[in-house]
Design a protein around this ligand. Structure first.
Ligand code: NAP
Ligand code: GLV
Ligand code: GLV
Length: 320
């Protein structure tokens, strides 16, 4: 019998694939930092029983309808890069990497909150560029985080982990989901709010909702207008939940005070994007889950999902 063929769209440390390589023939795209070209992906997928893919790979019907494909394992918890409707139609299992990245991503969200509020990036550049000539009382003065009000839109696994950290900073926590979480309200002391109420009241508005037709463009001109002038907007969900033109205008018109961004409408973000030239924008290159430990755990979980499906078992963390 032919050994199953698994194509991996980015170079991963060999040890994460050790177990899977017993059961399957594995080939990897030979680059750590460049995405696989579309034509190579399609050609490989045509032979593959399984694909281990990154959030930067668009997995659409052209790929999902290929004859041998049984499972696509995304190395991410978000799966907006994958056409679930086509996957269902063609009977392809889709898996993601929940839980293993929750705390690491929540740490990064908190780092963005602190960096934006306390002007950490600006301040570090100030010292390193030799501009620090004297101590002065309001030098690079930011705004406090402790005892402020955070509003979390998309209070799932990561949102709750951010809420825990926020409570440690004595913050009041508002959250907005479509469904209330009474357990979390009791255990974490968080307060459910309607979306409009949350964005009007929060000092830090944090987006951690998945990208869906419902959340696409959810933060636009009207929403930024409703926010406090002192508000800092943090996006670690997905870029397309935000109308970036409206965000730029809100920052330019001082409708809000600043932004901390890990995700963008188009990634990688263009180096000439006006957001990157604003001192009150802290911009990161989509590194929410990027600790070595967590990225390896995500790759290992994706490999374990493929192994399970190829052995005819249930995937460990299926999306569908
Ligand atoms: P999760 O546990 O599924 O949480 C998502 C939450 O969003 C759920 O509580 C859901 O509650 C809420 N939600 C869904 N649709 C909504 C809507 N229309 N309005 C308001 N809330 C909505 O997922 P997670 O593991 O926390 O991950 C969340 C997202 O973070 C991922 O999908 C991904 O896009 C992003 N992420 C980014 C990074 C990064 O590197 N920056 C890393 C990991 C994850 P209801 O269903 O009740 O509305
Ligand atoms: C990263 O953005 C993820 O969805 O895991
Ligand atoms: C600052 O360093 C202080 O001592 O207040």
């Amino acid at each position: 019998m032919r050994k199953p063929y698994v194509y991996v769209t980015r170079k991963l440390p060999e040890e994460t694939l050790d177990a899977l390589s017993q059961a399957a023939h594995i080939k990897m795209w030979d680059s750590e930092d460049q995405a696989v070209p579309r034509d190579v992906l399609v050609k490989e997928a045509a032979e593959a029983d399984a694909l281990l893919v990154m959030l930067s790979d668009k997995i659409d019907e052209e790929i999902l309808s290929l004859p041998f494909l049984k499972v696509v394992a995304n190395v991410a918890v978000g799966y907006d890069n994958i056409d679930l409707h086509a996957a269902k139609k063609h009977g392809v299992t889709i898996t993601n990497t929940p839980d293993v990245l929750t705390d690491t991503t929540a740490d990064l969200v908190f780092a963005l909150i602190l960096a934006s509020a306390r002007r950490i990036v600006e301040a570090a550049e100030y010292v390193k560029s030799g501009k620090w000539n004297s101590w002065s009382p309001l030098l690079l003065a930011g705004t406090d985080v402790h005892h402020k009000r955070i509003g979390i839109v998309g209070m799932g696994r990561i949102g709750e982990a951010v809420a825990k950290r926020a409570r440690g900073f004595d913050m009041e926590v508002l959250y907005h989901n479509r469904t209330r979480k009474l357990e979390s309200e009791k255990n974490l002391g968080v307060i459910h709010a309607e979306f409009d109420e949350l964005i009007e009241k929060a000092d830090f508005v944090v987006n951690l909702a998945p990208l869906t037709p419902e959340t696409q463009g959810m933060f636009g001109r009207d929403e930024f207008e409703k926010m406090k002038q002192s508000a800092i907007f943090i996006n670690a969900g997905r870029g397309a939940s935000v109308d970036e033109t409206a965000l730029v205008e809100a920052l330019q018109n001082k409708q809000i005070a600043g932004a901390g961004l890990d995700v963008y409408e188009k990634e990688p973000v263009d180096s000439s994007h006006v957001l990157l030239s604003m001192p009150n924008v802290t911009a990161l290159p989509h590194i929410g889950s990027s600790s070595v430990e967590t990225r390896l755990a995500m790759a290992a979980l994706a490999a374990a999902n493929i192994e399970a499906v190829l052995e005819g078992k249930h995937a460990k963390t299926p999306v569908i």
